[in-house]
Design a protein around this ligand. Structure first.
Ligand code: NDP
Ligand code: MG
Length: 381
């Protein structure tokens, strides 16, 4: 029985993780849950899973929840609650499913507390990859990847000699606008962007999937998680999303990880690792599938991807600035305050205005994050 805590339990990944727990009640015990402010969903989760602790970042929402609950779950309010949850002795594994840069400090704290982290969040890694990798390595702790692509690469590389690796093929569906014209991209509305052809996810990552910034963030994720240089990572558009990524070795052989497009599968593996549990989730029907397709990404049509490659070749504080400007742009787009095609323009202007710090410490990263947010907001106006 593993004691797990899910940070961001009210989101898409968090709810899928609890679905996994429902399937394996004798394998996982939920010790802690958290939300930013969605106390309606959290209340239902607390009643079902009876965790010892729950954290609500929004202070008013926390009070509201406390007044409604009569069970033994101890409720924490504000960011301090997250600190408590990640350092709690009873927890074996933490699933980090908070979206955006808010995951950075809980991740660092969890590593400092020698916890194993199943990492769904990608923004924290993009912001501070080398720093996180160093902390994880120094403490001989593994970060277990949950993102379907990084989880796939991790499985392909398990037990292999790093010197034998030639290339990584990072696959992606191409998003809802893979075949869209320039005109359709110009008119892309929030509702069209939020209709992803393959995955049902939180709003921020769904917008990132439409701009292909998601693939760009994953490129950085792969570099930092596996210590691989940019030149060895090939982005491959694969509309069926059956191959979740591939690895090529120096002897000309390839390994790929395949599974249904269902986030419960990588979440389950990240929670149960090193064990594999018998899954009742859907498999792949190869007789129906018949064909798989592959394409080169179109960097001109999706400039966010090109910007991510630029940040990945500069490194330093550039990936952090890329991420912060993107978060500001996505939030503005979702509020109808920025056009779809303007997202890349604002990010480019923010990156161009930034003076890179090549070997940043945590203070430099946090400063660059604040600077980039202000800059992007000013550009949006
Ligand atoms: P959601 O928006 O659905 O959920 C985010 C969760 O984080 C919610 O519980 C939310 O609370 C909480 N949260 C938001 N802001 C804060 C904050 N400032 N402090 C603390 N908690 C906060 O996101 P997803 O589940 O889609 O994605 C989560 C992460 O996983 C992202 O980094 C994403 O890139 C990554 N990921 C997601 C995939 C997916 O299939 N969804 C696939 C691969 C990676 P509240 O409900 O109150 O807003
Ligand atoms: Mg992914």
């Amino acid at each position: 029985m593993k004691n797990i805590t899910i940070l961001g339990s009210t989101g898409s990944i968090g709810q899928n993780a609890l679905e996994v727990v429902r399937h394996f009640p004798s394998e996982f015990h939920v010790v802690g849950l958290s939300t930013n402010s969605n106390v309606d969903i959290l209340e239902r989760q607390i009643k079902e899973f009876k965790p010892l602790f729950a954290a609500v970042i929004d202070l008013k929402a926390a009070k509201k929840l406390e007044s409604r609950l009569s069970c033994k779950t101890k409720i924490f309010a504000g960011n301090e609650g997250l600190n408590f949850l990640v350092s709690e002795k009873k927890v074996d594994r933490i699933l980090l499913a908070i979206s955006g840069s808010a995951a950075l400090m809980p991740l660092l704290k969890a590593l400092d507390c020698d916890k194993q982290v199943a990492l769904a969040n990608k923004e924290a890694l993009v912001m501070a990859g080398p720093l996180i990798a160093q902390r994880a390595k120094n403490r001989f702790k593994r970060i277990i990847p949950v993102d379907s692509e990084t989880c796939a690469i991790w499985q392909c590389l398990e037990g292999k000699n790093k010197d034998d690796l030639k290339n990584i093929y990072l696959t992606g569906s191409g998003g809802p606008f893979r075949n869209a014209s320039k005109r359709q991209l110009k008119d892309a509305s929030v509702s069209k962007v939020l209709k992803h052809p393959k995955w049902k996810m939180g709003k921020k990552i769904t917008v990132d999937s439409a701009t292909l910034m998601n693939k760009g963030l994953e490129l950085l994720e792969v570099m930092f998680l596996f210590g691989v240089s940019l030149e060895k990572i090939k982005i491959l558009i694969h509309p069926e999303s059956v191959i979740h990524s591939m690895v090529e070795f120096i002897d000309g052989t390839y390994l790929a990880q395949l599974s249904a497009t269902d986030m419960r599968l990588p979440i389950q593996y990240a929670l149960s690792y090193p064990e594999k549990l018998p899954s009742s989730f859907l498999g792949i029907d190869f007789y129906k599938l018949k064909e798989l397709h592959f394409e080169r990404p179109d960097f001109k049509k999706f400039p966010c991807l090109e910007l991510a490659v630029q940040a990945a070749s500069s490194l330093g504080t550039m990936p952090c600035v890329l991420n912060a400007a993107n978060e500001v742009c996505v939030a503005a787009f979702l509020k109808n305050r920025l056009e779809f095609l303007a997202i890349a323009k604002v990010i480019r202007m923010t990156l161009d205005a930034h003076r890179n710090i090549t070997k940043p410490d945590l203070g430099d990263i946090l400063e660059a994050d604040i600077w980039a947010r202000e800059k992007a907001r000013r550009i949006i106006g």
